[in-house]
Design a binder for this molecule. Structure first.
Ligand SMILES: NC(=O)c1ccc[n+]([C@@H]2O[C@H](COP(=O)([O-])OP(=O)(O)OC[C@H]3O[C@@H](n4cnc5c(N)ncnc54)[C@H](OP(=O)(O)O)[C@@H]3O)[C@@H](O)[C@H]2O)c1
Length: 354
């Protein structure tokens, strides 16, 4: 693979365009595109602003008009080959007379794949793989969901120093400090689904919404999902209509994720409690762990995770520490640990995701 310096610089610009603040993290991938003249000068640029809006290539082609003829399109994702709400980008590039296409990440989404082949078959020079890791990291959840056929799962919990998530009487407000709770809202905002078990809804009655520092709900709210077989008290806050809620009448984590995937969900934020966390861990369906450890002791009460069926130390479940950070200060300080299962699905971590 050979890429020019101008193409490398253009791909960096395209990645920055794709990450333009305000562009939703899903369900569509964030994509940027830069059109280069044969001398390496930029002709036009574009990016995708979310489902239903023009794809990045089409956005750039529109800006370029006739000047698109003979250019190189530098795009962060392989041009799509399918007709969704917008037409196939591969055809739009052909119609505009683009000479060469350089892309970062191949599109493995079965509905959209094959754009590179279509372009090559029509005589366009196509090369992929330039800054592919950066492009994958940009759309971490989308990439994971497309490749695994299910959403990425982040299990978040708050624990005391001695591994308790609630006191002996079931109370758990608050294990974590205020800064940690604000940090949690930031992470919730990066996901498209909040998931808890019926037990947590019964005991804690959480709203499961994303709120800012002044406790105001953000305009875009993740889907709220509650998993379990029992009926919920209709007065629970999760049923208050302030965001969409789905009841997953199952105890099977695979089935729950399949239902969410069918609804275009790509990143589940699993917030408890210990029973649900144990069932996802046992099923191998936790892809990332975010733990807020509070400098607090309870000595008794619920363990942060339920029984995993482990009876001897040799069978302990090991995780790979990705980062450790102090959140808050003084009496409010908690330690945030971000961990992954030993097999790394991807390079980036949620707390740093932009
Ligand atoms: N510190 C923290 O981060 C944190 C976070 C959340 C909760 N909590 C605490 O956790 C406690 C609640 O714990 P919990 O374990 O009852 O909550 P949970 O895990 O949210 O809910 C458990 C219930 O979910 C249903 N369920 C769904 N999938 C299941 C599965 N695969 N296996 C078994 N049951 C399944 C069952 O009820 P059905 O009969 O309806 O099927 C089960 O009783 C509260 O004290 C709460 O304060 C702490």
């Amino acid at each position: 693979m050979t890429f020019t310096d101008a193409e490398r610089a253009a791909m960096r610009r395209a990645l920055a365009l794709a990450a333009t603040p305000g562009v939703p993290l899903g369900p569509n991938p964030r994509v940027g595109c830069v059109l280069l003249a044969p001398d390496g000068e930029e002709v036009a640029e574009g990016f995708h602003r979310g489902a239903g809006s023009p794809h990045a290539e089409v956005d750039a082609l529109r800006e370029a008009g006739e000047a698109a003829r003979g250019t190189t399109a530098v795009v962060t994702l392989e041009p799509c080959n399918h007709t969704g709400r917008t037409g196939p980008c591969a055809e739009a590039l052909l119609a505009a007379g683009v000479r060469r296409v350089v892309f970062a990440q191949p599109d493995t989404n079965p509905a959209a794949a094959g754009g590179a082949e279509t372009l090559r078959a029509a005589g366009v020079e196509v090369e992929g793989g330039l800054l592919a890791d950066e492009a994958r990291a940009l759309n971490r959840s989308w990439t994971f969901a497309v490749e695994h056929g299910r959403p990425f799962v982040t299990w978040k919990f708050a624990t005391t120093l001695d591994g308790r998530s609630a006191a002996a009487d079931g109370t758990s407000r608050w294990v974590s400090g205020r800064a940690a709770r604000l940090d949690t809202h930031r992470l919730r905002g990066l996901c498209d689904t909040m998931l808890v078990g019926t037990g947590t809804v019964e005991v804690d009655d959480p709203a499961l919404t994303v709120r800012d520092e002044t406790d105001q709900p953000l305009p875009r709210q993740p889907l709220r999902a509650v998993m379990g077989l029992r009926d919920l008290d209709p007065g629970r806050r999760v049923l208050d209509g302030s965001a969409e809620t789905v009841l997953l009448r199952t105890r099977d984590p695979h089935e729950a994720l399949a239902t969410l995937f069918a609804r275009d969900r790509q990143h589940v934020f699993l917030e408890g409690g210990p029973t649900l966390a144990a069932s996802f861990l046992a099923a191998g369906l936790v892809d990332e762990v975010v733990a807020y450890v509070a400098p607090m002791l309870l000595g008794a009460g619920r363990s942060a995770v339920g029984d995993l069926g482990i009876t001897t130390i040799a069978d302990a479940r090991h995780l790979h520490l990705v980062s450790a950070a102090v959140v808050g200060s003084g009496a409010d300080a908690n330690v945030r640990l971000t961990l992954r299962p030993s097999v790394e699905p991807d390079a980036t971590t949620t707390p740093e995701e932009s």
